[in-house]
Write a protein that binds this ligand. Structure first.
Ligand code: PEP
Length: 252
């Protein structure tokens, strides 16, 4: 049995004060739900405050990115070592990083290696663009992202994969549960050929892209979907709690 996981990606939203308020607003509701991993990923500058607030609870904190070097002359970057005392998870290879900041499969691969070496749990994002989807290239792109991202990384069930079709992120146009379920089954197959089927069955794979409290059930009813990476809806405490609640109930 794979333990379900819901992660909230706050992206470049919330000041430190707002992040504190949002965390305090969602904490009681999140704490009350069990048998599911709950992760919130605020901006870097709020990690310290948010991690203090959730300390000693089952709610975990994640970063949204990191550089792959431990330290040095990399102005503006944050290292895995810096994150280690502040959070448990780190989102890597998000499509917005790939699209706006030029992250390639090779860079994501370096980041995955560095996160694992430091003991951070990566949420490894993959997904095809609208153009790739319309050209019938979804599986080819996903296979390339999986094998490129995991190059020279030995089988590891601690990596969480998030399938996020780019055309569904922040657009309000979510995939259907069936579409996402079949694609995630394909991703699991790619993990099996990259590593082995036992590990592939243990790795958690999330869906992401316009998930809300109104559609989450459709996704988590799918046997291959282990939870969700939630953007916009994770910025409203009651919506995020409801997404976590429904997932925990449906994955019993
Ligand atoms: C995301 O940021 O990973 C995401 C899926 O965003 P949204 O839920 O807003 O589409």
């Amino acid at each position: 049995m794979r333990r379900p996981l819901i992660a909230g990606n706050w992206k470049m939203n919330t000041t430190v004060d707002e992040a504190v308020i949002l965390t305090r607003d969602m904490l009681p509701g999140l704490k009350a739900i069990s048998n599911i991993d709950r992760v919130i990923c605020p901006p870097f500058i709020s990690l310290q405050r948010v991690s203090e607030i959730v300390k000693d609870t089952a709610v975990a904190v994640g970063a949204q990115n990191m550089y792959f070097k431990e330290k040095g002359a990399f102005t503006g970057e944050i290292s895995p070592l810096m994150l280690k005392s502040l959070c448990k998870y780190v989102i890597l290879g998000h499509s917005e990083r790939r699209q706006f900041f030029g992250e390639t499969d090779d860079i994501v691969n370096e980041k995955l290696k560095a996160a694992l070496a430091t003991g951070l749990l990566p949420i490894f994002c993959i997904g095809e663009s609208l153009q790739e989807n319309e050209a019938g290239k979804t599986r080819e792109i996903l296979a390339r992202q999986v094998t490129g991202g995991l190059k020279a990384i030995s089988a590891n069930k601690d990596i969480v994969v998030a399938y996020e079709p780019v055309w569904a992120i922040g657009t309000g146009k979510a995939a259907t549960g069936d579409q996402a379920g079949r694609t995630i089954e394909f991703i699991r197959g790619t993990l099996a050929s990259t590593w082995n089927s036992e590990i592939a069955q243990s790795v958690r794979i999330l869906y992401g892209g316009s998930v809300t409290d109104a559609n989450i059930a459709e996704f988590v009813r799918e046997p291959h979907i282990d939870g969700a990476l939630v953007g916009g809806a994770s910025l409203k405490a009651s919506d995020f709690i409801e997404i976590v609640r429904q997932t925990a109930a449906l994955k019993q």
